[in-house]
Write a protein that binds this ligand. Structure first.
Ligand SMILES: NC(=O)C1=CN([C@@H]2O[C@H](COP(=O)(O)OP(=O)(O)OC[C@H]3O[C@@H](n4cnc5c(N)ncnc54)[C@H](OP(=O)(O)O)[C@@H]3O)[C@@H](O)[C@H]2O)C=CC1
Ligand SMILES: N[C@@H](CC=O)C(=O)O
Length: 408
């Protein structure tokens, strides 16, 4: 069995997370790909920094040294800015080395020419992590929505901005404080001006434009506003009127022409982006056949970004369309004697149940109770006519934590 040799460009928030997952879950990748995966080298800038990298892996600040180290099959790129990354990726693709990148600034500027180099070198260029972090929007558009004509995209594409707006609104922290926390959490760009001035969302929108329209508009014709200058007073005033401020990137058609914008917008209650909070990103798309779809999830941070990168990596070597399980699972039957949380509707408090909360109903006969009980007890109460109905409370994750399987 031949080994897939991987080189990492960058060992910061994203690169180090990819490294840790690849190193610690080797059997998972072997199972998915059918081949061993080995990290052979890591490119960094500052050779004096202490890093937790295994002996035997080349750590260098010289790309030439890295690319000549051995027959590298894949480069995973997670460094900042356009250069020197663009030059490195062209060289790799020319040599037939596949590239997985998270670098949206580089892709927005160089995506077209990198794709051409990839074609020449018969290599693949993948970039799921470059748009919306852990949200698989690129793969969805490339693979699952080809027949649909996508006429509208409205999206929250910068996790840092959404996090800052949420923190100001919910916890009344200052803009600077919220930005500092976003930086500590690994959400922000090396230059956070890219986040708060709208550039990061702009680059991501240009990548989507390339993908959906095969081209980008003249950048000077695209409205770009960031969130800098938005105050708690602004947010509260808008919320009092029943709206929220969200930083939105959009691609919409107006009289047959595509119009792209990146700006803070007032979003009404009920809008698909109204509830998107914290570091989450969301992409709402309108397909002529599928209708309105929305993908939402963490848009920045080490693990979600590494997730997108590694899903791309596995796609490079996917042999079949069958999803292979990455965990050994056993199935359990319903335990009807286990205490769980339920919402019940009933005329009065059932004698046997421990009630946690109560809402009086509009009809005298129908109150709602949140209680802890077993499924068996509730079935008996229903049969005895003491309650109208019962509903397990959704999303109680702790119910499965004790049996949650560990990855193989
Ligand atoms: N953080 C996130 O949530 C996400 C980030 N991204 C993108 O991923 C990329 C990396 O982000 P992140 O990990 O947060 O950034 P960090 O600043 O944490 O890490 C950057 C890494 O790149 C290395 N590096 C920078 N410049 C060079 C250079 N000229 N030559 C060699 N190595 C270099 C740095 O080296 P050294 O360690 O020596 O300083 C560092 O290891 C960026 O393009 C970013 O936009 C994409 C999605 C999400
Ligand atoms: N700085 C970016 C990181 C992910 O792309 C963001 O906050 O969204």
């Amino acid at each position: 069995m031949t080994t897939i040799k991987v080189a990492l460009l960058g060992f910061g928030t994203v690169g180090s997370s990819v490294y840790q997952i690849l190193q610690s879950q080797q059997s998972k990748f072997e199972r998915l790909i059918g081949r061993k995966v080995e990290i052979v080298g890591v490119l960094i800038q500052d050779e004096t920094k202490q890093r937790d990298i295994a002996d035997g892996i080349l750590v260098t600040s010289s790309f030439e040294e890295l690319i000549n180290v051995s027959d590298i099959d894949v480069i995973i790129e997670a460094i900042n800015g356009i250069e020197p990354g663009a030059g490195y990726l062209h060289k790799a693709l020319e040599k037939g080395v596949h590239v997985v990148t998270a670098n949206k600034e580089l892709l927005a500027h160089e995506g077209k020419s990198l794709r051409e180099t990839a074609d020449t070198g018969n290599a693949q260029l993948k970039y799921e992590a470059a748009v919306a972090g852990g949200v698989p929007i690129i793969g969805t558009l490339q693979q699952l929505l080809q027949v649909n004509y996508i006429s509208n995209v409205e999206a929250i594409l910068n996790g840092t901005s959404n996090y800052i707006l949420t923190e100001i609104a919910e916890n009344k922290v200052s803009f600077q404080e919220a930005l500092l926390t976003a930086q500590k959490l690994g959400y922000a760009e090396a230059d956070p001006g890219n986040d708060v001035d709208g550039w990061d969302a702009f680059y991501k929108l240009m990548i989507l434009s390339d993908l959906l329209l095969g081209d980008q508009p003249d950048w000077t014709q695209v409205t770009r506003r960031g969130i800098r200058g938005i105050t708690l007073a602004d947010i509260q005033a808008v919320e009092t009127a029943g709206w929220r401020i969200k930083h939105i990137a959009s691609l919409q058609f107006n009289k047959g022409k595509a119009q792209l914008r990146v700006e803070p917008r007032a979003v009404p209650q009920g809008h698909s982006l109204y509830e998107v909070a914290g570091v989450d990103n969301a992409v709402a798309i309108e397909g002529d056949l599928a209708g309105n779809l929305k993908l939402q999830g963490p848009g920045a941070g080490a693990l979600p970004t590494a997730s997108a990168i590694l899903e791309d990596f596995v796609q490079l070597y996917k042999k079949s369309d069958n999803r292979k399980p990455v965990i050994d699972t056993t199935f359990s039957a319903e335990d009807s004697n286990r205490l769980q949380d339920w919402l019940i509707t009933a005329p009065s408090i059932p004698q046997t149940a421990a009630v946690k909360q109560y809402w009086s109903g509009k009809e005298a006969n129908s109150n709602t109770y949140l209680l802890s009980a077993t499924a068996e007890e509730l079935k008996n109460l229903l049969q005895a006519g003491e309650i109208h109905n019962f509903f397990r409370v959704a999303g109680a994750r702790q119910e499965i934590s004790d049996t949650f399987p560990v990855p193989i």
